[in-house]
Design a protein around this ligand. Structure first.
Ligand code: PMV
Length: 316
């Protein structure tokens, strides 16, 4: 069995985060400029099921048998074994590395889950479909995040722009024009589990207000899908600004994110908003392609820790 390499992209949510947890639609796109990579090497001197995990960026250097029962990596191996009806997974060494920043809303945990599940299946000769990968990666995401909507594992497994709604058929989005997006990192670590739990607490305290906001975010997201399909930059930018206002109202924004958003808007971005669970992490700004570098440099000068330029390409 030769060594096997699998990888998965990062992602960003363009519209509908948080509302998606409550059954409303959201739009997400893959970010291929950042990748999680899993290398699996056969370990001929190891006993069956002796699996050595090495993930230096998250301080993991451990045998599979030493993980607690609900460790995400253990859930990934167990999930693959049960899906493929394997009693014992072959002995191997697994190296995990990623260029996706951790805790910043770019899908680092989901990308690792997807690359790991895909690698584990392919290493034993099975070639899974994107939805098979996504379903297993979702089980791993539950451990990472508690109650995930499933949007991260889905967009990353399919590696295409998606219009996602829980328990509804997945829709892919094709654009009529290129869209340039600057992603900028506030440097403040987000915490998806805590942000989602905070929204749930506030929703429980005032369900009427929150249900109304989620519904409005859902309508914005549906309009955004049409704007993307029509290639309408102006409209899409305005919808981003409205979505951000609702994200502020549900308490997941942050003064540093708002400052970055305002810098982008003051410099003729079509629109800007936080992306992902918020309280830190990244913002996205929709910009003219020839202003992307300018706005990116401006954000870096005013404190952004890093930026990524993404183009949603016409027809994709
Ligand atoms: O993992 P993040 O920070 O990109 O955010 C996930 C998006 C949420 O809607 C807040 C949660 C979810 O499970 O969809």
């Amino acid at each position: 069995m030769p060594a096997h390499i699998s990888s998965a992209p990062g992602k960003t949510i363009l519209f509908g985060e948080h509302a998606v947890v409550y059954g409303f639609p959201a739009i997400a796109i893959p970010v291929n400029a950042r990748q999680a990579k899993v290398k699996i090497f056969p370990a001929i001197r190891f006993k069956p099921e002796e699996i050595r995990f090495s993930a230096p960026q998250i301080d993991i250097e451990r045998y599979y048998s030493d993980f607690e029962p609900n460790h995400p990596f253990r859930i990934a191996v167990e999930g693959v074994k049960s899906f493929l009806k394997i009693d014992q997974y072959p002995a191997c060494k697994i190296q995990i590395e990623s260029t996706i920043p951790i805790s910043s809303g770019l899908g680092s945990s989901a990308a690792i889950s997807v690359a790991l599940v895909k690698g584990l299946m392919e290493f034993v000769g099975y070639h899974p479909s994107p939805s098979e990968i996504s379903n297993l990666a979702y089980q791993v995401e539950i451990i990472f995040h508690g109650n995930p909507s499933g949007i991260d594992n889905t967009v990353i497994s399919f590696n295409k722009p998606i219009f996602f709604q829980k328990e509804k058929p997945l829709q892919f989005i094709r654009t009529k024009n290129d869209f340039s997006i600057v992603i900028a990192d506030s440097g403040i670590k987000g915490n998806t589990k805590a942000a989602v739990a905070g929204v749930r607490e506030r929703w429980k305290a005032d369900p009427e207000k929150y249900n109304d906001i989620f519904k409005k975010i859902g309508l914005i997201t549906t309009e955004a899908k049409l704007a993307i399909e029509k290639g309408d930059h102006e409209k899409l930018g305005k919808l981003m600004i409205s979505n951000q206002e609702y994200l502020q109202l549900i308490g997941v924004s942050h003064p540093v994110l708002e400052r970055m958003i305002n810098i982008a808007l003051a410099n003729r971005a079509y629109g800007a908003k936080l992306c992902g669970s918020g309280l830190g992490g990244n913002i996205i700004a929709l910009v003219e392609p020839d202003r992307a570098n300018f706005i990116s440099n401006l954000l870096l000068k005013s404190g952004a820790k890093q930026t990524i330029l993404v183009t949603l390409i016409k027809g994709s």
